[in-house]
Design a binder for this molecule. Sequence first.
Ligand SMILES: [Zn+2]
Length: 93
Amino acid sequence: MSRGWSYVSGDWWILCDVCSRKIKASESKKRWDGFQVCADDYEQRHPMDFIKARADKISVPFTRPQPTDQFTSVTYADTQNTTIPSGTNNGEL
Ligand SMILES: [Zn+2]
């Protein structure tokens, strides 16, 4: 392994994708994210990236159908009173 401007047949210079240091291609490594990096910047993919989460069970064990709405008919007494009575509120009950 050599440093500097030495010639190695079949080898070439590249720049590290992280630190831009000039390194020989034979000294570089391809990282999990596709970057071609020097040995100092090489890192393995974190194991947590491979954990596959289970799908949550969000349904209840059983259900019942929603009942139909029931309406009650109300008959109002007709007082024949169509005016608003006059008066004031003095705050007493
Ligand atoms: Zn680097």
